[in-house]
Design a protein around this ligand. Structure first.
Ligand code: MOS
Length: 727
């Protein structure tokens, strides 16, 4: 099915009390916390693996002059030492997956320069430490601020880096009320629990990779390109994943190195990155510098909006943080520009992380809106309401459904927004207390996906697709969708995902996972329903599937009988069609935060937080809420803690472990809640659902920043907002 027009009534509309939406516990959650869900590194097959260890460069810029690997080769248990001099031939870079150990040039610190394979992990690591290297060291470029004069416009990726409408400069110059502010956000690390890990095994000319990966079909393509082997010879398996947050959207160097080495040693090779390597060998989110200019008339109507963003990428890369993309769709104004520029720096590879674009873009833009509201002496919600667009202000197409204003109004009511006082005026003992809010918006893409369903002779249903579950609940919601479509309880649905041997699917990323994979499954089940009715000669008009039976007119049959001794299969496919061109498609929400700031120490404490969201049909009330509060917690981290500290002299992140790179813990999040307003988005997909995965982080940190201002009267424009910046 192709999404070109609104979906009419669907079988899911028939039962508002059905399986879809129920707060069912995550199927894989119990397996994970009891150690029964094998992660990539823990898979028992293939047998008798050797262990790999990555050696990274000790400099951030320059060349390898010489390497001495003799001692490593002779070390106990060592099977193979691979360097730029001995690495097998490779193919081409694909997206951000690069051939490894190519030449002597060093572009960033800890860039892999050798891969040691041994009988045990300890032997491989010990041997790697015996390798000595001489470098011709160059001075690294690692400061985005210093590199601003040499930033350039990156190649368009999914979107053009620039947009313009009307005459921004003229309208801004003429605006009676103006704001021109600069916000900065630091580099951030995904900090997912499960490190990157791969077991690579060659079976003849076929490669099997058990690997931690969010998007298996995309990974299959890039691995095939980098190794220069046919795509259909590469299989990726990733049944259980301990978080991704974007770092597993693409295969990372350990997967390529393991695949290359396994072919040479003719044995399976397994490798996991150390936590320190997660900071330098794996990808991270770039820091940004963002300038926001807003012009408004005295009534608070925006006449001019400009949002510019600068970020960095490793030499040779053009990935950019799309900070200003969402600004193109947020608020009405006739004159507007957005612009993205990058500098190539000697920093580790930058890539997508937790709502790439929106997350840091709204950290800047939604604070700027708060600043403008204050200049206009307007309530920040009222400012946003006055600039609510009737259609997408740049694309000039309708929104699928946009309930930003209802989210803000309901949030204000539930949170007690009327208790907000003028900035710096509310005290409780030693605490300065403030309230802040922010809008939330996250793109809701639909990605091509396909699914296979098989009704078995015993009346159970098997679902197969190359989808992944990164801890978001995919297994569970797929079972709910199939169960409701077929009239079966979830216990009768077997969901088999995480393997490119199954029909291709979107994978987990960009908040598209549930909607895209779920829609393909919906179509497959719809096709299976039709096939079953046809096989039985039953009238499809008014047919219903309930309690293990199909009923139509005066006939009712069990699914087991209809399946017959051979069972029955059906496939389904979803394609976005012209959805992207015809509509502006976002999920929306509003965040509310209350903070206390200690007037003597500057300590900032979140006191309570609420998000009100719309995500179309909610597929599972529990996993949806968990996604939302998880995203909001990321937002708290972005506002108050997360900061990968780059030493610009060495091009090295200085705080490369989870003791020094701070993310919020339970004690940091005292009271948090998320609620969803009723919505069905009949233009988004046949489920009428929208993406939620990354909506919770979008704008969340800005709500805290605005609350900090309301508490203290200070405008801090440099994230994270640590106590030294308050004092
Ligand atoms: Mo997300 S950054 O697309 O996993």
């Amino acid at each position: 099915m192709e999404m070109n027009q609104p979906v009419g009534t669907t079988p899911l509309d028939a039962r508002p009390d059905g399986l879809v939406g129920k707060p069912i516990d995550r199927y894989e959650g119990r397996l994970k916390v009891t150690g029964r869900a094998p992660y990539a590194y823990e898979v028992r097959e293939p047998k008798d693996p050797a262990y790999g260890f990555i050696l990274g460069a000790g400099i951030a810029s320059g060349r390898i002059r010489a390497m001495q690997v003799g001692a490593a080769r002779r070390a106990p248990g060592v099977l193979y030492v691979m360097t730029h001099e001995t690495v097998p031939p490779q193919g081409e870079k694909k997206e951000q997956v690069s051939p490894q150990l190519q030449g002597t040039e060093i572009r960033h610190f800890d860039q892999p320069i050798a891969f040691v394979v041994a009988e045990t992990f300890e032997q491989a690591r010990a041997a790697a430490a015996l390798i000595t290297v001489q470098y011709d060291t160059a001075t690294p470029k690692a400061s985005l601020r210093d590199a601003l004069p040499e930033t350039f416009k990156p190649k368009p990726a999914q979107t053009d880096p620039d947009s313009a409408l009307g005459d921004f400069e003229g309208a801004f110059a003429a605006a009676p009320v103006k704001l021109d502010v600069e916000y900065t956000t630091p580099p951030q690390i995904h900090a997912q629990m499960e490190p990157h890990a791969t077991i690579a095994e060659w079976r003849g000319d076929r490669l099997v990779l058990h690997t931690a990966n969010q998007m298996l079909n995309r990974g299959q393509k890039s691995i095939a390109a980098v190794l220069a082997v046919p795509e259909d010879k590469v299989r990726l398996v990733s049944r259980y994943i301990g978080g991704g947050f974007g770092s597993k959207l693409q295969p990372q160097p350990e997967a390529i190195l393991a695949a290359l080495a396994a072919r040479v040693v003719n044995r399976p090779v397994k490798v996991a990155m150390t936590r320190q390597q997660e900071f330098h060998v794996a990808t991270h989110r770039t820091g940004t510098i963002q300038r926001v200019r807003l012009g408004a008339d005295e009534t608070g109507r925006l006449t001019a909006i400009a949002h510019e963003s600068w970020s960095d990428a490793t030499p040779g890369d053009q990935f950019f943080e799309t900070s200003a993309n969402v600004t193109r769709s947020l608020y009405a104004a006739p004159n507007r520009i957005t612009r993205h520029r990058i500098a190539n720096l000697n920093v580790p590879v930058t890539s997508a992380m937790r709502a790439p674009g929106e997350a840091v873009g709204q950290l800047a833009f939604e604070c700027a809106m708060d600043e403008l509201a204050e200049r206009l002496n307007l309530d920040p919600i009222e400012l946003r309401v006055r600039n609510e667009p009737e259609q997408d202000p740049e694309k000039q197409v309708p929104f699928t459904v946009r309930q930003l204003v209802p989210c803000m109004r309901e949030g204000a009511r539930l949170f007690g927004w009327e208790k907000r006082r003028a900035a710096g005026t509310r005290r409780e003992g030693r605490w300065m207390v403030g309230l802040g809010m922010s809008a939330a918006a996250r793109l809701n893409p639909l990605m091509p996906s396909s699914a296979l369903v098989r009704l078995n002779p015993d009346g159970t249903l098997t679902v197969r697709m190359a989808m992944t579950d990164i801890g978001t609940g995919t297994y569970t919601i797929l079972a709910q969708i199939a169960g409701e479509m077929m009239g079966l309880p979830v216990e009768k649905i077997r969901v088999e995902i995480g393997d490119t041997a199954y029909p291709a699917a979107a994978g987990s990323g960009g908040s598209w996972g549930a909607g895209s994979a779920g829609s393909a499954l919906y179509v497959a089940c719809d096709n299976l329903r039709q096939a079953l009715l046809q096989k039985a000669g039953m009238n499809p008009e008014g047919a219903a599937f309930r309690e293990g039976r199909a009923a139509s007119g005066n006939r009712s049959e069990t699914l087991a009988d209809l399946a017959g001794p051979d069972g029955l299969e059906a496939k389904g496919e979803i394609k976005p069609g012209r959805l992207k061109e015809a509509f502006s498609h976002y999920s929306f929400g509003a965040h509310f935060a209350e903070v206390g700031v200690d007037r003597d120490t500057g300590e900032i404490r979140l006191r309570r937080m609420l998000g009100v969201f719309t995500g179309g049909r909610i597929l599972n009330a529990k996993t949806a809420r968990s996604q939302a509060i998880g995203g909001m917690t990321f937002g708290v981290g972005a506002a108050l803690m997360e900061d990968a500290v780059m030493d610009p002299r060495s091009g090295t992140f200085m705080n490369r472990d989870l003791a020094e790179y701070h993310v919020p813990v339970h004690a940091d999040i005292p009271a948090i809640d998320a609620v969803f307003l009723p919505e069905l988005d009949d233009k988004a997909n046949p489920l009428k659902s929208k993406g939620l995965g990354e909506l919770g982080i979008c704008g969340a940190g800005a709500a805290l920043a605005n609350a900090i201002h309301n508490a203290t009267g200070l405008r801090i424009r440099d994230y994270p907002m640590t106590l030294d910046k308050v004092l």
